[in-house]
Design a protein around this ligand. Structure first.
Ligand code: ADP
Ligand code: MG
Length: 726
């Protein structure tokens, strides 16, 4: 099918669009009733479980206490009853392997009753533990093939839920995925471990501030999810989108995003219908999605939830991604979660809003109203400053993928150099503490930090800097380097472990300085913050992260700038990072090595696939189209010559020259790909340094040809069509 034909089909799909299902009727069933209706949530548990069982389970969920395994049987039986009442025939342990995807294997509830009939069965063991055939999930050498077993273990803290299909429903149980030796094979296990570490160290600090309530400190996440939507006709006509999730060719459209007319603009009808259904599906699953809007690039949108405890937020973000994808199909569209589906216009990220807090205290990154709270706030901020400075390479490594490489540092997303944005006024306070000499605040304000020598601290959370990778936004930090298609688990694991380390350090210092004399706390706080600023203040930067000057300045400050995945990933196994993760029992050295290996392999696989696609598409789609056009032009030339015109046709010359260059560049790419692998790291480096540029060279000739070859012969839908027909 030619690009031309696809365009006709897409136009028909858009203009003839009719809803395929009955409209959602919120006036009949209000959203409050829909919300959580497919989850085995607290309300259901309270109704269906004996009181003591419910209480015990609630303790585990809310206080992180060890689960009493004797109650699993009762819970399983209630869960089964509930699931059957919702029409479920199967159950599945849902887990999050290192591919970054969501995995599930379904089992039927049915069991033979011994009399030729069947009963529905689901017991404690089936709830608590599963054993999926795990051999095909990456383990990075942790599992040898002769012991390929992996286990899934019920994560009590996230409610089980029902997923619907037009032909039935099934019960989903969130689980962690570990090897038979207990090593983490997934994204969830280290997150749960890192949460525990964070809690332990944060408690020590809070105790010094007089909080003794038995209430866990948790991390919270609010991921803003960006995505592209295009008509499905285009998608199927582009092997690169289908296989690689991004366009490997495509000339710049006459109009890009420079008009800035898409951002926050009116949402197209079909797209809005899609969004409404996405939200409806997510409500049922108890995912608190809140905002929807157009994003900066044409055909780009965003959905953001209300923040939740990080483990829950992470699972929910996985659900958001899969729901976006599945619902888009029902509307004749495709949802692209790739970080850079289209060159030359903005890519998609996932701003991870991150905070640390407790139920009753709220966010500990929130200044609060009293001097006492303000001092505590500054301590937690200082912990974050120290954490990001000390482990910036680790944090950078958590967002390193082949696809996110196209985005980071491309003057639309934050630079690959990590820095912390505090805003002018908060920076000023930290600077004054650092100098140990306080002359007054820049502006009169509302904040007083209870340190006698310090002025009231003015707060301006509205101060925004979009170029910063790690920005303070009033009551949280926003980590903006996460890619749209990736799990948010990895960055939170790192953040929580880093914070645990900082809070441990701070608690130890404060304990030493106060030695049972709480009245010395303010003085101690000031000293600890000053020390942290002296050592780690270099990470603070409030200026333009895109500027050349910052890149130079960052270098002077010794801040690393890892531009690509092969440069960034090795940070996962440096001695400092291994020591951090082992000390707080988040990941062992072996687990870290396995992760690094898996991610590096994934990088290689992606580039390799893309390079092969470039070759195949150039040879079998682009070349033939251009040759056809060339022969049309040549025939015209011959005809004209036959009737006496004598001239050279410039277009023919042009196409011929470009075709030659294309062929040459394809040959070069083929040669570059033909390479002995070596170890994974050196292979990844090779692909990054040699193969990626060769791919880009082919692309440049293809894109030039797109600009001259007759439109009806061009086989691929163009950027213009994909981005603007909606
Ligand atoms: P913006 O685009 O201005 O950053 P959004 O409303 O799109 O704002 O997204 C902000 C996100 O930050 C939401 O998901 C919100 O729930 C989340 N958020 C707000 N407060 C906190 C907090 N204390 N901790 C973590 N996330 C938070
Ligand atoms: Mg934001």
């Amino acid at each position: 099918m030619s690009g031309y034909q696809t365009r006709q089909n897409a136009i028909a799909a858009v203009t003839n669009y009719k809803p395929s299902a009955a409209p959602l009727n919120y006036s009949q069933t209000p959203p409050t009733e829909v919300f959580g209706s497919n989850t085995f949530n607290e309300k259901v548990m309270q109704e269906m479980l004996p009181k003591d069982v419910y209480k015990s389970l609630k303790k585990t969920i809310e206080l992180g206490e060890k689960i009493d395994s004797s109650i699993a049987g009762v819970v399983a039986s209630a869960m089964k009853k509930w699931a059957l009442s919702k029409g479920a025939t199967h159950y599945t342990h849902v887990f999050y392997p290192l591919t970054g995807l969501t995995a599930e294997k379904h089992d039927s509830f049915l069991a033979p009753d011994g009399k030729g009939g069947a009963i529905a069965e689901f017991d404690a063991k089936q709830l608590i533990q599963g054993e999926p055939d795990a051999s095909s999930f990456p383990s990075g050498g942790i599992r040898s093939t002769f012991e390929a077993r992996g286990y899934t273990a019920w994560d009590v803290t996230n409610p089980a839920y029902i997923l619907e299909n037009p032909n039935g429903t099934f019960l989903c149980i969130p689980t962690a995925f570990v090897s038979w030796t207990g090593e983490a094979l997934d994204k969830k296990t280290p997150l749960l471990r890192a949460n525990q570490a964070l809690n332990k160290q944060a408690q020590r600090v809070l105790k010094l501030f007089g909080h003794t309530k038995n209430e866990p400190v948790q991390s919270f996440a609010g991921p803003e999810q960006e995505y592209f939507l295009i008509d499905r006709n285009f998608y199927f006509a582009r092997p690169d989108l289908l296989i690689a999730g991004r366009t490997l060719f495509g000339g710049k459209p006459a109009k890009g995003q420079e008009f800035e007319d898409h951002y926050f603009g009116a949402i197209p009808r079909r797209v809005l219908a899609f969004m409404l259904e996405v939200e409806h599906e997510l409500y049922k699953l108890g995912v608190p999605v809140k905002t929807r809007h157009n994003e900066v690039a044409p055909a780009q949108y965003e959905i953001a939830p209300i923040y939740e405890q990080s483990n829950l937020a992470t699972d929910h973000n996985q659900m958001v991604m899969s729901t976006l994808k599945s619902v888009a199909k029902r509307y004749g569209m495709v949802c692209l979660l790739h970080e850079k589906p289209f060159a030359g216009i903005n890519g998609s990220g996932k701003h991870l809003n991150y905070s640390v807090g407790t139920k009753s205290l709220g966010s500990l990154f929130d200044p609060g109203d009293t001097p006492h709270e303000n001092a505590q706030f500054l301590i937690f901020c200082a912990a974050a400053i120290r954490a990001v400075h000390k482990y910036s390479s680790l944090l950078r490594a958590t967002v390193a993928t082949a696809s996110n490489d196209h985005r980071l540092g491309a003057n639309e997303a934050p630079p690959a150099i990590l820095s912390v944005y505090l805003g002018e006024q908060l920076s000023d306070v930290f600077e004054q503490i650092k100098k140990g000499k306080v002359e007054g605040s820049k502006q009169k304000g509302i904040m007083n930090i209870g340190v006698d020598t310090l002025p009231p601290l003015p707060m301006d959370p509205g101060d925004r800097n979009r170029t910063s990778p790690f920005a303070f936004t009033g009551n949280r930090f926003e980590f903006r380097a996460v890619g749209s298609g990736m799990s948010i688990a990895g960055s939170q694991v790192a953040l929580n472990a880093m914070m645990a380390d900082s809070l441990d350090f701070i608690a130890t210092q404060l304990e030493k300085l106060t030695k049972g004399k709480p009245e010395k706390l303010n003085e101690a706080v000031q000293k600890v913050i000053k020390d942290i600023m002296d050592k780690h203040g270099a990470i603070i930067f409030n200026g333009d992260g895109y500027s050349e000057a910052w890149h130079k300045e960052a270098k002077k400050r010794g801040l690393p700038n890892y531009k690509t995945t092969p440069e960034a990933l090795p940070a996962l196994t440096t001695p400092e990072v291994v020591a951090l993760f082992e000390k707080y029992e988040v990941l062992t050295k072996r687990e870290l090595h396995s992760r690094q290996e898996i991610y590096m392999e994934q990088y290689c696989r992606v580039i390799n696939t893309e390079a092969n696609l470039v070759i195949k598409m150039a040879k079998t789609m682009i070349f033939p189209a251009a040759v056809r056009y060339q022969s049309e032009l040549a025939a015209t030339c011959a005809n004209l010559k036959a009737i006496g015109h004598d001239f050279t046709m410039l277009t023919l010359e042009d196409v011929t020259a470009k075709l030659r260059s294309l062929q040459k560049s394809v040959n070069e790419l083929e040669k570059a790909l033909n390479h002995e692998n070596g170890d994974t790291l050196s292979h990844a480096k090779y692909l990054c340094d040699k193969v990626l540029p060769a791919m880009l060279k082919v692309r440049s000739y293809v894109d030039q040809l797109e600009g001259v070859v007759a439109d009806d012969l061009w086989p691929l839908p163009s950027y213009q069509e994909m981005l603007f027909i909606k």
